[in-house]
Write a protein that binds this ligand. Structure first.
Ligand SMILES: Nc1nc2c(c(=O)[nH]1)N[C@H]1C(S)=C(S)[C@@H](COP(=O)(O)OP(=O)(O)OC[C@H]3O[C@@H](n4cnc5c(=O)[nH]c(N)nc54)[C@H](O)[C@@H]3O)O[C@H]1N2
Ligand SMILES: Nc1nc2c(c(=O)[nH]1)N[C@H]1C(S)=C(S)[C@@H](COP(=O)(O)OP(=O)(O)OC[C@H]3O[C@@H](n4cnc5c(=O)[nH]c(N)nc54)[C@H](O)[C@@H]3O)O[C@H]1N2
Ligand SMILES: [Mo]
Length: 760
C-alpha cells in the first residue's frame, strides 16, 4: 500500500527504468544548452574512437575500439560541458570581483564557461585579471625558490590529467625536492591502493571486459553505475540478459541497478521495455558491508563444513597464506553482531553464500560505498578474502573490479603521482635524470590540507580539480586556502578553490581532452589508463576554447623550467614532442615497454597484472587472507537517535561540477537541499516527508551543522540517510578518516537529524 504523502516541490517519484528515452532526451538537452549545434554531433561521435579522444566522463573501458559510438548520457554531459561555447572573458572577470563570485553556487561558477586567459589575482581591485604566461611563471618561480623547504609546497593532482602531464608534474615536484602529492585518489580509491597490495600484491582491479562474458555471478557493492559509470550499464545489461545473477548491496534502491533500458537496444527502445539488472537487492546499512561480507564468508565456511567441497582447497593451499587465522576469526564472529551491523538476516547472507558456492567464476565490483569509511582499507581486503576462498583470481570470468573515478586517476598513480613512492622508482629517476629525488614520504590530501591549515605549508599548485571543495570540512579548508602565500590552479573552468585566493593566486586555463594539442613537432596525443589497466592514446580535434590556452604538459614544463635553476630535465624538448615523455616513462617505470609503438595499436595495451597469472607480488609471494577485527566499519556513537549519513552524487553532477540541479532517477528536480530518509526513521523522529530539518554531526567534539534541509521519504535502509556531495561536506570533520589509507569517511558519518527550529 503506498502512503498518501504531501507534495513537496521538486520531488516526484521516478517510476521508469534507468536509461531509455529519458537518457536520450537528457543528452539532447546537454548538447543544446552547452554547444554549437553544428560541432556537437561530430564531437560526440569522436568519443572513445580510435582516432578520437578518451571520454573524460569515467574510467570504464570500451568494448571494441573500432566499434560504433558507445552511447552514454553522462559521457555526453562531460564532453559538452568541456566543449561548451560559453566563455569566462577578462571583461566578465573585471565586472565580477572575486568576493561577488564567491557568493555564487558551484553550479553557477562552472556554468559561466571555459577560462580563456592566464589570470592573476589583483588585490586592489579584488579581481582576476589577465597576465602574460612568462610573467606569471617567473613570479611563481621566485616565490617557490624562496620557501624555507620544498616540503612547504603541495602538488595536487585531479585524475583527469594525462599520463604525460602527470609524469612531468611529479618530475617537477621531485626535482624541486618534495613528495607532497595530495591527489583525488586520496579521497577515492586509496583504500584500494593500500588494501589490495596487502592481499594480492597489486592495487588495481584484475578483471577485463571479456571476463564479464564468462562470469557466472556478479556481486556489486556500493557503487551507482547508472550515474557514475553508465557505459558499465551496457555490460551489466548483457550479463543480466544471460540470466547471470547480479547481487547488489546498497542502502539505497538505485534505479539503474533495478531496471535499465539500454539506449543501444533497438527493441527495448521501440517497445518501452527494460531489463531487470539486480537478481537480488540487499539494502545493507551504510557502513554494514564488513558485517555482510563476513556473514557471507561465515555462512560459506559453515556450508562447507556440512556439505564439503565448497572452497577451492587446492588454490588456498598453493597460492595463499593466513587461511587458518582467517577461518578462526569467522568462527568467532557472532551472527548476532553480523545481523545487527549489516541490517541483513543470516538467512539472506546464507543465500548469497549458496549462490557464491555454485558459481565457477565470480566478479565483485565495488565503489565509494566500500572505500569511504573509517575501515575502507580493511573492507577492500575482505572483498579479496571472499574471492580467494573460491580461487576467483587468474581464471576467466573472475576477479575484483574496483570502479575507478576520474578517467585517468589510475594512470596518474602508475606514472608516479604518489606521496609514498617506491625506492625502486626513485632510483630509476635518479639514474635517468641525474638529480637526487627526496626519499621521505610526503603529504596525502588530508595531511596537505592540515599542513596548510596549521601554516606549515605555504604554497599549493593544483593540476586540475577543486581541492578545497572536494575535501571535507570547508570551515577548516577555506581559510587554509586563503592563508597560503601562493596558490596556482590549472583548470578549464572557474571553481571555488580558484576563488579562495591566497596572498598571490594564478589561474591557468588549459586545453581539454576534446581539443587539438599542437606542439613544435605537430599534433600530439596523450595517453590514459582505464579501470582495467588498458593504456591507450587520446587526441582531440576541436579548436581550443581560446588562443591563449596551453596544454597541461606545456604549463607544467614551463613552470618547472622557470622554477628549477639548474634543472637536469630538458623540459621544452619534452613539451615539443610528447613521445619523448613516453620514452622517459618507459625508462623509469616497469610495464611500459615499447610504449610509443604499442599505443599506435587501437585499444592500446594492458599494464602487467600478475594476479591474473596467479602470481602474487606480496612480500611472501602468496595471496594473503586477512582478518577484519570485529564487524564495525565506522566510529561507534552511542544513542538510538544516531543515523549514518551517506554523501551522494546526483545524476547531473561530476564531483564538484554540477551540470544541472536534477537527480532524475531519485526523483529530485531543480534542487539539492534534500535529505533521503526511510519511512521508519521519519516516524521515529516525528518527522514528515517534506519537513525542514537540521543535521548535526554526532562525532564527539564536533559542532558541525547543516540547516534548513528538506527531508524526504525514500527507499533507503533503516538507520541510513543520504545527502548530496559537496553541500554536505560542511558536516564532515577533516580528520574523520580511514587511518590506514587517509581516505575521508564520506559515506557513514554519524549524525542526528532534528526538526528545523523556525526563528521568527
Ligand atoms: N556522472 C558522473 N560520473 C562519475 C562521477 C560523477 O560525479 N558523476 N565521479 C567519478 C568519480 S571521481 C568516482 S570516484 C566514481 C564514483 O562512483 P560511485 O562509487 O558509484 O560513487 P557514489 O556516487 O559516491 O556512490 C556510491 C554508491 O554507494 C552507495 N553507498 C553509500 N554508502 C554505502 C555503504 O556503506 N555500503 C554500500 N554497500 N553502499 C553504499 C550509495 O548509495 C551509492 O549508490 O564515479 C566517477 N564517475
Ligand atoms: N562528501 C563527499 N566528498 C567527496 C566525495 C564523496 O563521495 N563525498 N568524493 C571524493 C572523490 S571520489 C573525488 S575523486 C574528489 C574529486 O575531487 P577533484 O578531482 O579535485 O574535483 P573535480 O570536481 O573533479 O574537479 C573539477 C575541476 O576540474 C577542472 N578540470 C576539468 N577538466 C579538466 C582538465 O582537463 N584539466 C584540468 N587541469 N582541469 C580540469 C575544472 O576546473 C573543474 O572545476 O572529491 C571527493 N569528495
Ligand atoms: Mo573519485
Amino acid at each position: 500500500m503506498t502512503k498518501q504523502r504531501r507534495s513537496v516541490p521538486g520531488v516526484h517519484p521516478y517510476d521508469g527504468p534507468a536509461g531509455g528515452w529519458g537518457a536520450l532526451k537528457a543528452t539532447a538537452i546537454a548538447v543544446r544548452t552547452q554547444m554549437d549545434n553544428l560541432t556537437a554531433p561530430a564531437t560526440l561521435l569522436r568519443t572513445n574512437q580510435p582516432d578520437g579522444f578518451d571520454c573524460p566522463g569515467c574510467a570504464w573501458p570500451d568494448k571494441e575500439k573500432n566499434s560504433t559510438f558507445q552511447f552514454c548520457e553522462n559521457g555526453a554531459k562531460a564532453v559538452t560541458w568541456e566543449a561548451t561555447s560559453k566563455r569566462v572573458t577578462p571583461e566578465f572577470l573585471a565586472a565580477n570581483n572575486v568576493t561577488s563570485l564567491l557568493q555564487k553556487s558551484d553550479f553557477e561558477l562552472e556554468g559561466y564557461g571555459r577560462l580563456t586567459h592566464p589570470l592573476v589575482y589583483n588585490k586592489e581591485t579584488d579581481t582576476l585579471q589577465p597576465v602574460e604566461w612568462e610573467t606569471a611563471f617567473s613570479r611563481i618561480a621566485e616565490i617557490l625558490q624562496n620557501v624555507d623547504s620544498p616540503d612547504e609546497v603541495e602538488f595536487y593532482t585531479s585524475g583527469r590529467a594525462s599520463n604525460e602531464a602527470a609524469y612531468l608534474f611529479q618530475l617537477f615536484a621531485r626535482e624541486f625536492g618534495t613528495n607532497n602529492f595530495p591527489d583525488c585518489s586520496n579521497m577515492c580509491h586509496e583504500a584500494t591502493s593500500v588494501g589490495l597490495p596487502q592481499s594480492i600484491g597489486i592495487g588495481k582491479g584484475t578483471v577485463s571486459l571479456d571476463d564479464f562474458d564468462d562470469t557466472e555471478l556478479i556481486i556489486s557493492i556500493g557503487h551507482n553505475p547508472g550515474t557514475n559509470h553508465p557505459r558499465m550499464m551496457g555490460t551489466l545489461h548483457e550479463v543480466a540478459r544471460r540470466n547471470v545473477p547480479i547481487i547488489v548491496f546498497n542502502p539505497l534502491r538505485e534505479r539503474a541497478l533495478e531496471r535499465f533500458a539500454d539506449p543501444q537496444n533497438v527493441i527495448e527502445m521501440a517497445t518501452y521495455t527494460s531489463t531487470n539488472i539486480a537478481s537480488t537487492y540487499y539494502q545493507v546499512k551504510a557502513g554494514g558491508d564488513a558485517a555482510a561480507l563476513k556473514g557471507i564468508m561465515k555462512a560459506l565456511l559453515e556450508l562447507n563444513a556440512s556439505e564439503g567441497n565448497l572452497l577451492d582447497n587446492d588454490f588456498i593451499a598453493e597460492h595463499t597464506q593466513g587461511f587458518e587465522v582467517f577461518a578462526a576469526d569467522m568462527a568467532s564472529t557472532s551472527w548476532d553482531d553480523i545481523e545487527k551491523e549489516s541490517g541483513l538476516t543470516r538467512e539472506s547472507l546464507t543465500q548469497v553464500a549458496t549462490l557464491y558456492a555454485k558459481s565457477k567464476a565470480t566478479i565483485v565490483t565495488y565503489g565509494m560505498g566500500v572505500t569511504q569509511h573509517n575501515k575502507g582499507t580493511a573492507n577492500v581486503r575482505l572483498i579479496a578474502d571472499l574471492l580467494l576462498l573460491r580461487g576467483n583470481f587468474g581464471k576467466p570470468g573472475a576477479g575484483i573490479c574496483p570502479l575507478r573515478g576520474h578517467s585517468n586517476v589510475q594512470g596518474n598513480r602508475t606514472v608516479g603521482i604518489t606521496e609514498k613512492p617506491s625506492a625502486a622508482f626513485l632510483e630509476n629517476l635518479e639514474k635517468v635524470f641525474g638529480f637526487v629525488p627526496p626519499k621521505e614520504h610526503g603529504h596525502d590530501a588530508v595531511k596537505a590540507m592540515e599542513a596548510m591549515a596549521e601554516g606549515r605549508s605555504k604554497a599549493l599548485i593544483c593540476l586540475g580539480g577543486n581541492f578545497a571543495v572536494a575535501l571535507p570540512d570547508p570551515e577548516k579548508c577555506f581559510p587554509a586556502m586563503k592563508a597560503l602565500d601562493l596558490s596556482v590552479h590549472v583548470g578549464t573552468k572557474l571553481n571555488r578553490s580558484h576563488l579562495l585566493v591566497a596572498k598571490e593566486t594564478y589561474v591557468f586555463p588549459c586545453l581539454g581532452r576534446t581539443e587539438l594539442d599542437l606542439q613544435a613537432s605537430g599534433r600530439q596525443a596523450i595517453t590514459v589508463e582505464d579501470s582495467m589497466s588498458m593504456v591507450h592514446a587520446s587526441s582531440g580535434k576541436l579548436k581550443p576554447a581560446s588562443e591563449f590556452l596551453l596544454s597541461e604538459p606545456d604549463i607544467v614544463g614551463r613552470m618547472a623550467k622557470a622554477t628549477i635553476p639548474h634543472t637536469k630535465v630538458p623540459w621544452m624538448e619534452l613539451v615539443a614532442d610528447y613521445s619523448i615523455i613516453r620514452d622517459l616513462i618507459e625508462k623509469t617505470i616497469p610495464g611500459f615497454d615499447k610504449y610509443n609503438e604499442r599505443i599506435a595499436i587501437p585499444g592500446g595495451f594492458r599494464m602487467p597484472l600478475p594476479p591474473t597469472e596467479r602470481k602474487w607480488p606480496t612480500p611472501t609471494g602468496k595471496a594473503i587472507f586477512s582478518v577484519f577485527d570485529g564487524v564495525t566499519e565506522d566510529l561507534v556513537v552511542e544513542g538510538e537517535d544516531v543515523l549514518r549519513m551517506i554523501t551522494l552524487r546526483s545524476h547531473d553532477q561530476y564531483n564538484t561540477t554540477i551540470y544541472a540541479l536534477d537527480d532524475r532517477y531519485r526523483g529530485v528536480f531543480g534542487r539539492r537541499d534534500i535529505l533521503f530518509m526511510s519511512d521508519t526513521d521519519l516516524e521515529k523522529r516525528g518527522l514528515e516527508h517534506g519537513d525542514l530539518v537540521d543535521i548535526e554531526t554526532a562525532v564527539q567534539g564536533s559542532k558541525l551543522r547543516l540547516e534548513n534541509i528538506t527531508v524526504i521519504a525514500y527507499n533507503i535502509s533503516e538507520g541510513s540517510v543520504g545527502a548530496y556531495y559537496p553541500e554536505a561536506n560542511v558536516l564532515i570533520p577533516l580528520d574523520y578518516i580511514d587511518k590506514e589509507s587517509g581516505t575521508p569517511s564520506y559515506k557513514s558519518l554519524p549524525v542526528r537529524v532534528v526538526k528545523h527550529a523556525v526563528t521568527a
